[in-house]
Design a protein around this ligand. Structure first.
Ligand SMILES: CC(C)(COP(=O)(O)OP(=O)(O)OC[C@H]1O[C@@H](n2cnc3c(N)ncnc32)[C@H](O)[C@@H]1OP(=O)(O)O)[C@@H](O)C(=O)NCCC(=O)NCCS
Length: 184
């Protein structure tokens, strides 16, 4: 298993895997390109992908510090680090049959090494509370992240995107986003 930087030539497989896990409309070519550009700073790429041979088994999208703006779903007053030094851990996804083997952690580590070089001291994420086997809160808490605030219905048609159909809710998403801060 290898971990490397995610590149534009990986977009098709990343969109397929992301939408298979989270639901239709979670990623599109246009939204992924916008996310991708937010992870490039000082010529460093903060995104990561996990492969075994040619097969993609996981990916992580991360926005560089200063390349994204906090919004009503963020509580910078409660972050122990100035927002300019905080990266955004957008999403982390591993194929179901490969979960529980630490791949998610290695993808996170790859991104942290990159954003540190981009000036980050911490990262914020909106962790999916309804993740299968509670895997998302478990892996991010295991990395040392702390809960800041819960945001119910963060990804609903009204609050996120009317074109996003949640795989867990089967349509309009009622899942909860756990705003969590990881200092490093
Ligand atoms: C969240 C995710 C990226 C973590 O990656 P991973 O490689 O599974 O990470 P780990 O191997 O460190 O597993 C994390 C925890 O979940 C548990 N876990 C993961 N998959 C599991 C499974 N299929 N059955 C039981 N436990 C599982 C692990 O035991 C571990 O918990 P523990 O250390 O407390 O025992 C991955 O599980 C995933 O893609 N989940 C679904 C999508 C998702 O929620 N993405 C995050 C969006 S915010």
């Amino acid at each position: 298993m290898q971990i490397r930087s995610l590149l534009e030539e990986d977009f098709d497989v990343v969109i397929k895997l992301g939408n298979a896990i989270h639901g239709k409309g979670y990623l599109t070519r246009q939204s992924l390109l916008e996310m991708f550009n937010k992870g490039i700073k000082h010529g460093i790429n903060a995104h990561a992908i996990a492969t075994t041979g040619e097969k993609v088994i996981g990916f992580r999208l991360t926005y560089s510090p200063g390349n994204w703006n906090s919004d009503e779903w963020c509580s910078p007053k409660h972050w122990a680090v100035s927002a300019q030094k905080v990266c955004y851990f957008k999403t982390n996804n591993v194929l179901p049959e490969w979960r529980g083997n630490g791949v998610g952690h290695l993808l996170l580590e790859h991104s942290i090494n990159a954003v540190k070089q981009q000036g980050a001291k911490a990262g914020i994420a909106h962790i999916w509370k309804e993740s299968p086997n509670n895997s998302s809160i478990r892996y991010f808490s295991k990395a040392g992240a702390k809960l800041i605030k819960e945001h119910p219905k963060r990804w609903s048609w009204e609050n996120y995107d009317e074109n996003y159909d949640c795989a867990h809710c089967g349509g309009n998403c009622h899942c909860t986003a756990c705003e969590m801060l990881l200092e490093f």
